[in-house]
Write a protein that binds this ligand. Structure first.
Ligand code: SME
Length: 188
């Protein structure tokens, strides 16, 4: 099953994502409250990591390390950036991964082509999924935009089936928005 939960279209200002339409409010559970708090803390930590530094690669590397080390049950976290008509591996944490992904191929290529966040509860059921790490069982891919321009995608893998949900999509979209908004001279 695939959930394309947070439709992302290019925004008009320097932001990673448009504000999503109002959704039915979820009933808060201890788990959802903890996750909300976790992502709020990550925004603070990311801003602190980015402060005073404009090197795009350095910032992307620290961003991926922050996610990899702070989010539970994640075995890969990193970027693919759009180079010409394909995605090319950027800074990441985890096992070595495939370097080039054509648009429309794999979870990353589909998310990039459709300009939307994709949550895949079970990667083995996603047609064309590219297996970089045999340990990965679920995945979330969030596209990054500089205004109307697609920059690439943020990709997270987990060994747990169904690891990512709408809260992760919202939290990660907020984080990539903070990240892209911070970068002045985008090096890509
Ligand atoms: N699984 C991804 C490829 C990248 S790795 O997970 C790091 C995909 O299907 O696009």
């Amino acid at each position: 099953m695939t959930s394309r939960s947070v439709k992302k279209k290019p925004a008009t200002k320097k932001t990673a994502a448009k504000k999503k339409p109002a959704k039915k409010k979820r009933a808060a559970t201890p788990e959802s409250t903890a996750k909300t708090q976790l992502y709020a803390n990550l925004v603070v930590q990311l801003l602190s990591l980015l402060k005073g530094e404009q090197d795009f690669i350095a910032n992307a590397a620290n961003f991926s390390a922050l996610l990899f080390n702070s989010l539970p049950n994640v075995n890969w976290a990193g970027f693919y950036f759009l180079r010409g008509d394909e995605l090319v591996l950027g800074p990441f944490q985890g096992n070595p991964a495939c370097v080039r992904i054509p648009m429309g191929i794999g979870v990353c290529g589909v998310a990039a082509q459709q300009c939307e966040t994709i949550i895949v509860p079970n990667v083995h059921e996603f047609p064309g999924h590219i297996a970089c790490d045999v340990a990965s069982n679920s995945e979330i891919v969030v596209p990054l935009f500089d205004g109307e321009r697609l920059l690439g995608v943020l990709d997270l893998d987990s060994p747990a089936i169904g690891r990512f949900d709408d809260q992760d999509a919202e939290g990660l979209n907020e984080l990539v928005t903070v990240f892209v908004a911070h970068e002045e001279g985008l090096g890509i």
